[in-house]
Design a protein around this ligand. Structure first.
Ligand SMILES: O=P(O)(O)OC[C@H]1O[C@](O)(COP(=O)(O)O)[C@@H](O)[C@@H]1O
Ligand SMILES: [Mg+2]
Ligand SMILES: [Mg+2]
Length: 334
């Protein structure tokens, strides 16, 4: 049951019943993510006033310059989640390897692991354009009471128990799914409470927005070039509008509300594209599918891909179902 303006806390408790034999662990986990999101939101909002913009002078395993907000968000989520003893492992874009968490008694009986992109859209931090956080939750596959292993993190996306994102934009929202539809909650900054503002979010089956970094056009595969030309043609319902924020979370969020397709294809510059399967593509694909949309690498359903590495990249096509299918048809006729 979802009531508009229900608080996130109320929603979590009310929907816990959806989980048979629920121990409340997942509810506590979502609650902790909510708390960390508020702390990060507070820092992001004052980014122009305090020394929190710019790079820290370190690079992460992706070879990217870590931004101060990347590190702040990473530390905030890891600290908030670790202190609450609700996970047995965490993996992050900003950490080379996964973190195995010991329970209070040195054991490890917690059943969930979390993967995250603590700050998505890092190139937009310094220019006051919306950024986000992305998270993905699985049940561990290794026996409880033993340290987690890489196998716990390399599960296909279809095994996700929950996934979501936080967008720090004109307003701050948490959008997530536990496999029972997608709901969005907006933060009332005056009282620090998230309210259900977007119940049962649905990707329109068709839209007129395409989101891709056209600066890479010359490097794209022919199928992608042909699809972009198709989007720009004078025809019924076309040309589509081009919108690209450069923050995955914000581009997908807009397209989910208005209808559209987001693409980060492979290219001659980036043979597997740029986006990371485990903590960018899988969670956004789970959300998209739960909202009636679609997500693939141009050929295969993202959620069916078998991960092989923690930070592996895949080409990503995500959005309104008919638009993704059209893009795939161009890729397959390539
Ligand atoms: O600048 P580009 O190459 O278009 O890449 C933009 C994409 O890269 C990202 O910023 C990658 O995410 P991070 O900022 O978390 O590294 C996406 O949010 C965005 O969609
Ligand atoms: Mg990202
Ligand atoms: Mg990031």
């Amino acid at each position: 049951m979802s009531r508009k303006n229900q608080t996130l806390g109320e929603f979590i408790i009310e929907n816990q019943a959806e989980f048979q034999y629920s121990s409340g662990e997942l509810s506590r986990l979502i609650n902790s993510i909510r708390l960390a999101a508020k702390v990060v939101n507070h820092e992001v909002n004052k980014a122009g006033l305090v020394d929190i913009v710019g790079a820290v002078g370190e690079t992460n395993i992706q070879g990217e310059d870590q931004q101060k907000l990347d590190v702040m968000a990473n530390d905030t989520f890891i600290r908030t989640l670790t202190n609450r003893n609700i996970l047995c492992g965490i993996a992050s874009e900003e950490n080379d390897d996964f973190i195995s968490l010991e329970g209070q008694n040195g054991d490890n009986n917690n059943k969930y692991i979390l993967l995250m992109d603590p700050l998505d859209g890092s190139s937009n931090i310094d220019v006051n354009v919306s950024v986000g956080t992305i998270f993905s939750i699985y049940r561990r596959v290794t026996p409880p009471g033993t340290p987690v292993t890489i196998e716990d993190f390399l599960q296909p996306g279809r095994e996700q128990v929950a996934a979501g994102y936080i967008v720090y934009g004109t307003s701050t929202m948490i959008v997530y799914t536990t496999g029972h539809g997608v709901n969005g909650f907006t933060l009332n900054p005056a009282i620090g409470t998230f309210y259900l503002s977007h119940p049962n979010m649905q990707f329109p089956e068709m839209g007129n927005i395409y989101s891709v970094n056209e600066g890479n056009y010359v490097h794209f595969p022919d199928g992608v070039k042909k699809y972009i030309k198709y989007c720009q043609e004078e025809a019924e319902g076309r040309p589509y509008t081009s919108r690209y924020i450069g923050s995955l979370v914000s581009d997908i969020h807009r397209n989910m509300i208005k209808g559209g397709i987001y693409m980060y294809p492979k290219s001659s510059k980036a043979t597997n594209g740029k986006l990371r399967l485990l903590y960018e593509c899988n969670p956004m694909a789970f959300i998209a599918e739960q909202a009636g949309g679609k997500a693939s690498d141009g050929y295969t359903r993202i959620l069916d891909l078998k991960p092989t590495e923690l930070h592996e990249r895949v080409p990503f096509f995500c959005g309104s179902r008919l638009m993704v299918e059209k893009a795939e048809s161009f890729m397959n006729n390539d």
